[in-house]
Design a protein around this ligand. Sequence first.
Ligand SMILES: Cc1cc2nc3c(=O)[nH]c(=O)nc-3n(C[C@H](O)[C@H](O)[C@H](O)COP(=O)(O)OP(=O)(O)OC[C@H]3O[C@@H](n4cnc5c(N)ncnc54)[C@H](O)[C@@H]3O)c2cc1C
Length: 412
Amino acid sequence: MRRGAEEILVLGAGIQGVSAALALATAGHRVTLVDGDDDLMRGASLRSEGKIHLGLVYAHDPSFRTALLMLESALEFAPLLETWTGLPISWDRLVSRPFAYVVAHDSMIAPDRLFAFYARVEDAYRELRGRPGLHYLGGIPERLVDDAVPVGRVPWLSPEVASHLVRTRELAVDTIRLREVLRDGLRRRETIRTLYGHRVCSVRRTGTGFCVSGLTRDGAPWTREAGVVVNCLWPGRLALDRQMDLLPKRPWVYRLKIRFFCELPEAMADLPALTVVVGPYGDVVPWDARHTYLSWYPACLRGWSSAVETPPEWERACRGEVAPDEALRVERESLDAFSRIVPGLESVRITDVAAGVIFAWGDCDIDDPASELHERHDTGVRGADGYFTIDTGKLTSAPRFARQLLERLDAA
Ligand SMILES: Cc1cc2nc3c(=O)[nH]c(=O)nc-3n(C[C@H](O)[C@H](O)[C@H](O)COP(=O)(O)OP(=O)(O)OC[C@H]3O[C@@H](n4cnc5c(N)ncnc54)[C@H](O)[C@@H]3O)c2cc1C
């Protein structure tokens, strides 16, 4: 490994940067974890729905590679974090109720093909199930997917919009609680130093490694030297990669997506977590009666950019400062659409609105069957010679990519 004044500088304290820092420190490296925000996990990782994907959403990737990446990543997620934090994590305190998939009449994949895809995911899981060291958020379920039930037999679903309900073992993690677990993990590692409130502006190679510089919250310049740099800046990643001549040569898109929290009416207290498939629909994740995540894609998609840097005006929405008239419009559209599937959802009370950024390959939206957004397998660690950049892809795959980073460093 190349050596500089500090051994490894991990840029970005979202799930990816924190996973990388923990993995590196566990392997004996000294790490400085830098973020422009005042705390860890305040970006997409916090805004995320937190689903630890088993691959079931990615039925429109004919290569099956996205489903497999998600499934394998999901089974590594908890074991890796447990090892690196050194903590016995009580996953049952962190996870949602299991997801049920609602198959829309106008699904991009017809039910028969969809169920064949679920069977393929189940087969892939059977191959992996019980392998030493793997588990899914503290459990090793017998099966992932139940048989589809016609919507006519599900009293709380409207048959007008959907044809089937498929119950699964898929779960989400509460990102606020996950953040606290990761914070404890960072504290326990004496070789990790955190440098929050430090915006990163530039990186350059030096004789011994790299020089990274930027501005503090007060506008004061700062500089750090390191032998190795790991770029986990997500919305800020490409701006730095460009300085290292690593700008991708294929189309990419940053999307700004709003999500709500709401209170469910009492009559809906037992609602499962729901994902509507396959296409531009949405999700509901009830945590408790007062705390339910909700997002309806066509209404909640608020920004689209193929620039190297995300538009500065997105930052307000990411901080939770969505203009009241915009929030109201998006709420109305989302609840109108959702209540056509689950009648009663129109009467939820919205308690919180904020957005997050999603990076992906592609140049057209998911309603186009040819859109690259249906494929999320070409993600992970790139770079060499001491500079690494990680396209997290999904929250689900962050620990896996941190493990792969370690393997690349060890091989260097
Ligand atoms: C609404 C929404 C729902 C989602 N749902 C899911 C889901 O259910 N399951 C799933 O697997 N994935 C989901 N995702 C995707 C997932 O959230 C992201 O892939 C993942 O969180 C990215 O993690 P990260 O650490 O790379 O980025 P982030 O969490 O955004 O972390 C990047 C960090 O870099 C910092 N930073 C950026 N630029 C700079 C700079 N110049 N200087 C200093 N610091 C900087 C930021 O402050 C931030 O802390 C969702 C995303 C969104 C937005």
